[in-house]
Design a binder for this molecule. Structure first.
Ligand SMILES: [Zn+2]
Length: 253
């Protein structure tokens, strides 16, 4: 395969993922580390880390797209773990492209939009304001489900094991924020949400959920954030005929 120029791929992704609409993110979204000028194979992963970089090099990946990149709040000293990570990318000439909040909220490729689709929840609107933008979604199931039925659906679809706090309601109107979305519990009442799904358990969400009678489902930060990068990978395959591979490195958290 001939491959495509790195610049072309980066321009396509910057526009397609609407990076310019979301500048408030801590993550330096976009191309963080520049590698080979031609991309023949793209890798997808949730987290930028040594394990993923090693696997990417073994698989002869030129371009790695991740949800959690390496640069947060500006560039820090390149020492210790950071030095090793950057060296590993430079040694194998792999480009690193990060897309954090824009990938949570994206209507087509977003973690949250894809979670709704996967769980057969009809999207009704946006939900979960963070840095002035709603990054999650809320929607309705086709019929009322027990919390057990709903949790089994999630666990099967995401190959995860959710932890659940029931406040007695059946599941019909669901708010979803992937990853560490506990803050969004504040909006549950406004949208009539009976069940709130996020990745990481949130202690502070408990008493609010208790008083609002909203069920809490914590399905894992990692497990709720694999869908976005995979969706972008499908688009790269289709659009550029690129070979694409997902590198799974579950944290179980
Ligand atoms: Zn995350």
């Amino acid at each position: 395969m001939k491959g495509i120029p790195l610049n072309k791929l980066v321009h396509f992704l910057d526009a397609e993922l609407c990076l310019s609409e979301f500048r408030e993110d801590e993550s330096a979204n976009g191309l963080q580390v520049e590698g080979r000028t031609t991309v023949r194979k793209a890798g997808l992963a949730v987290d930028a880390c040594e394990y993923v970089f090693r696997r990417a090099a073994e698989k002869e990946i030129d371009f790695l797209l991740v949800h959690h990149g390496l640069i947060w709040g500006g560039l820090k000293a390149l020492r210790g773990v950071m030095r090793k990570r950057i060296k590993s990318l430079f040694d194998s000439e792999i480009s690193l492209y990060a897309c954090h909040l824009p990938l949570d909220r994206h209507p087509k490729y977003g973690n949250n939009a894809r979670l709704l689709q996967l769980l057969s929840i009809k999207k009704m609107g946006e939900f979960g304001e963070y840095h002035g933008k709603k990054i999650g979604c809320w929607g309705r199931t086709a019929k009322e489900l027990s919390l057990d039925e709903f949790t089994a659906r999630i666990d099967n679809a995401l190959q995860t094991r959710s932890s659940v706090v029931s406040f007695g309601k059946k599941v019909r109107t669901v708010g979803v924020v992937s990853g560490g979305g506990g803050f969004a519990i504040n909006e549950a009442e406004k949208y009539g949400i009976d069940t709130f799904l996020t990745g990481e358990p949130s202690h502070s969400a408990y008493t609010l959920a208790e008083e609002m009678k909203v069920n809490l489902v914590f399905s894992g930060h990692y497990a709720t954030e694999t869908l976005g990068v995979k969706a972008v990978g499908e688009a790269l395959e289709k659009r550029f005929g690129l070979a694409v591979e997902f590198i799974d490195h579950p944290t179980g958290l």
